[in-house]
Design a protein around this ligand. Structure first.
Ligand code: NDP
Length: 281
């Protein structure tokens, strides 16, 4: 049986859970996979990717901080990757890379499938306008959320994301200082990496009501401050990014191998590891 050769590229990458998830998917589907984690910075990514291809690589995941750069290395990209302006999945076709972005569908599948949330008409606050926010915003809109407010430390990036989404009556940018005046949300998504650097900006508890679902795209220690804030504010759900991670990986696996693995087993295995937080629902 031929072994397929895949990798995740990012920096830092040593703690990536992707090799473990994809190896598990391989066992489940009977596909023999060699999946490695490759450390690459924006400066070394293109060269590292060429070396990976020379070694037989046929598909790759891309994570922080390379997703926007990955789009520029693709000969073609899916509509959702173009809308996101970021690629998290590379598929080798002949001598070129095709780019896709499975982050958004991964989040929506986790929220609707695993957590049973109905996203339709949810008044939504998106914190952040980096690669992850750009990936999830179009998918949330497609899932039928109501009005969406995007708040980012660098307001020009929030404005650019609002422009990209092209729904001026539905999607608005605001400043962190505006948050106390914005009232209650049905869905609050933290797509910042603030807890990794400098800490989460102060968020008013008035954003949260008894029905509010709060979601941090991060997981592990990085998700602790936002999830603790959400629980203290009385959120109905406080959900970390583990489910999204598994679901976006399953979508990537399907692009590479033509079969979508079941995700419950991989999700449960990650939950058993004490590095990951339990959801609040
Ligand atoms: P980027 O580096 O592209 O963007 C980082 C974002 O965080 C920007 O909006 C940035 O604002 C903001 N930010 C960073 N530091 C601060 C701070 N101190 N205060 C306020 N805002 C800050 O990262 P990604 O978008 O790729 O990733 C964001 C998070 O999402 C990461 O923790 C990542 O692990 C997680 N993620 C999880 C996934 C999953 O499958 N569960 C998938 C993808 C990402 P500014 O523009 O002003 O710099």
């Amino acid at each position: 049986m031929t072994e397929s050769h895949h990798a995740v590229f990012g920096h830092p990458i040593t703690h990536s859970l992707s090799p473990r998830i994809h190896t598990r998917f391989g066992h489940q589907t009977g596909i023999v996979i060699h999946f490695e984690a490759i450390d690459a910075t924006p400066e070394t990514f293109a060269t590292a990717l060429d070396a990976f291809v020379a070694g037989g690589g046929t598909g790759a995941s891309v994570t922080l901080p390379l997703k926007e750069l990955a789009l520029t290395l693709c000969a073609d990209a899916s509509d959702r990757a173009r809308r996101a302006g970021a690629v998290n999945t590379l598929v080798r076709e002949g001598d070129r890379w095709l780019g896709d972005n499975t982050d958004g569908i991964g989040l929506v599948r986790d929220l609707t499938g695993r957590h049973g949330l109905d996203l339709r008409q949810r008044r939504t606050l998106l914190l952040g306008a980096g690669g992850a926010a750009r990936g999830v915003a179009p998918a949330l809109i497609d899932a039928g959320i109501g009005e969406m407010f995007i708040v980012n430390r660098s307001s020009d990036r929030a404005d650019a994301l609002v422009d990209t989404l092209g729904q001026p009556k539905r999607v608005h940018s605001r400043y962190f200082e505006d948050l106390p005046a914005l009232g209650e949300f049905d869905l609050v998504v933290n797509a910042t990496s603030a807890a990794r650097s400098g800490g989460l900006p102060t968020l008013p508890t008035s954003l949260v009501g008894a029905r509010t679902a709060c979601v941090d795209l991060s997981y592990g220690e990085v998700a602790i401050p936002f999830l603790a804030w959400a629980r203290a504010a009385g959120a109905h759900h406080a959900i970390d990014g583990v489910g999204m991670l598994v679901e976006q990986a399953a979508e990537a696996f399907k692009l590479w191998h033509g079969v979508r693995p079941h995700t419950d087993e991989a999700y449960a295995a990650l939950r058993e590891r004490d590095v990951l937080l339990v959801t609040g629902d």
